[in-house]
Design a protein around this ligand. Structure first.
Ligand SMILES: [Zn+2]
Length: 517
């Protein structure tokens, strides 16, 4: 605490005396001309920042090189140009609220790059006040910290101007986030390397994604379960050995910007160095005896604790690329926890043990299919019976002296949402059984739930021998019931009404309309 700046990392669950430190030979400068700038008024370029030289460092006392007040730009109406600008990794972001853009001499906060997301953390000024760093971006070779504005601030406060001492720290949340990123990133290198050396399968694309989702590699072909086991076993053998990881940096040759390091398979870090990364360093991340890969990310100094889990391969078929998901470190534990929670909930619903769950779910699904089939059969039979009884009623009506058009209203109560199909089945059955000399007729069928509410739906169907009559009844019902919407073609009209439908009240009114329309 040489600067007298108060520590902001609370004595958390981490036991300080056991917190590991980065070995002194982790970061190796291999070209004699390259030096880390020591002048505190100069920003150290991205590539040799403390977060990259000492990935286990959690805080650092440093000096502000530059700070500006960034106002949000007025929206440009979502023009294509603005979107493209935003998409470029190192472009100044379009912000929705004001920020302080702060460049430090050095930092423990990693700016976005190499497929690894930015760090979050804090700045502590000399008076002990804490400023949240929401994100860090690489602008060319400079890491820029975006500090959230407090209390309607309108400019750069005195203690955050150039030359002032600050402490930059990951904080508890920032450290958790970084440990996850480092674990996933280092294991991604290991995985890609083993796929190439053991199976001769190049990695076409990869993403570390965001916690807690699994990261992925896209491959030209799907791996077999045996290959997945092979790669996973091989990776975990190296993890058990605790293979060391270190970094080698050298000066970036003139004209090398945007080019690929020659000693590395092109497919691996296909992006090479960003075209706007000029004046920086060339950096290789090396897993001892396993992999050498150009990368600007932060990597753990050892594979120990980075157990690799590759999710079971996707079902075969289709053409590539084939996506394989993988996990390690904190994200693997989060995944395990999530899977266990899902399984336990399902087991509780099925009233069985976790191990019995797949069989019980299969049984329930099969039973459900059988029930659905049975309901279909019974519905068909019932529709047939109702259709036959309607015909019988109509013929009796005529025998007893009925003349002109026969009308009939049926108000069904049914809690099945898809009642439309059933009402239609009744009309089909009725039509099939219709004798040649049948009188003209119009049927009105409704189906409403047993406990109707303001949001309930009542299905309405009209079926008749005269298309014009059918249409007329439909229009009259629409005029009568304001929420009824519907229409039809020919002999059939169907619609839906929203709200409470009671056959005793609304059904009776509709039946009257059927006769009078
Ligand atoms: Zn990398």
């Amino acid at each position: 605490m040489a600067t007298g700046i108060a520590a902001v990392v609370p004595p958390s669950s981490l036991n300080e005396s056991f917190y590991p430190t980065t070995p002194s030979d982790y970061h190796r400068i291999v070209s004699p001309g390259l030096q880390i700038p020591s002048d505190p008024h100069v920003a150290i370029p991205v590539g040799i920042l403390t977060c990259q030289r000492d990935p286990l460092a959690r805080e650092l006392d440093t000096v502000i090189v530059n700070s500006t007040f960034l106002r949000p730009e007025p929206p440009k109406g979502g023009s294509k140009k603005a979107n493209q600008k935003q998409a470029k990794t190192s472009a100044a972001p379009t912000v929705s609220k004001p920020y302080l853009q702060i460049t430090l001499h050095d930092t423990v906060l990693f700016p976005e790059g190499g497929g690894q997301s930015y760090d979050i953390g804090h700045l502590v000024t000399e008076d002990g006040s804490i400023w949240e760093i929401d994100f860090v971006k690489r602008h060319g070779i400079i890491a820029v910290h975006y500090a959230a504005i407090k209390d309607g601030l309108e400019g750069v406060p005195e203690l955050l101007t150039a030359g002032k001492k600050v402490r930059v720290t990951l904080g508890e949340e920032g450290l958790k986030r970084r440990l996850d990123h480092m674990s996933m990133h280092t294991v991604a290198h290991l995985l890609a390397s083993l796929l190439e050396s053991k199976l001769d399968v190049p990695t076409l694309a990869w993403s570390l994604t965001s916690y807690p989702a699994p990261a992925y590699v896209d491959l030209p072909r799907a791996l077999t379960p045996a290959e997945v086991t092979l790669i996973q076993d091989e990776a975990n053998r190296l993890v058990f050995e605790g293979r060391r990881v270190h970094v080698e940096v050298r000066e970036l040759d003139v004209g090398q910007a945007g080019a690929e390091g020659g000693d590395v398979p092109a497919a691996r870090e296909s992006r090479g160095l960003p075209s706007d990364y000029t004046g920086g360093v060339h950096r290789l991340v090396i897993i001892d005896g396993v992999d050498r890969n150009p990368c600007c990310g932060t990597h753990l100094p050892s594979l120990a604790s980075l157990q690799l889990y590759i999710l079971p391969p996707p079902a075969g078929g289709g053409t590539g690329p084939f996506r394989h998901l993988f996990l390690t470190g904190p994200r693997l534990l989060a995944h395990l926890n999530n899977v266990q929670t899902v399984l336990s909930r399902t087991a509780a619903t099925m009233s069985c043990s976790v191990n019995e769950t797949p069989d019980r779910v299969t049984l329930a699904v099969d039973e459900n299919k059988r029930r659905e089939k049975r309901i279909e059969d019974i519905e068909r039979e019932l529709a047939q019976t109702i259709g036959a009884s309607l015909i019988e009623e109509m013929l009796r009506w005529r025998t007893e002296g009925g003349e002109g058009e026969w009308t009939r209203y049926i108000g069904r109560v049914d809690d099945e949402a898809g009642a439309h199909g059933f009402l239609q089945a009744i009309t089909f059955a009725f039509k099939d059984l219709l004798p040649k000399d049948a009188p003209p007729y119009t049927l009105l069928l409704t189906s409403s739930p047993s406990s109707p509410t303001q949001t309930s739906t009542t299905v309405v169907m009209i079926f008749g021998s005269d298309d014009i009559r059918v249409k007329k009844v439909g229009e009259a019902l629409k005029a009568q019931f304001k929420t009824l919407k519907g229409g039809g073609k020919g002999a059939r009209w169907s619609g839906k009404a929203t709200g409470v439908w009671l056959n005793e009240r609304d059904g009776k009114m509709a039946a009257l309309t059927l006769v009078q329309a």
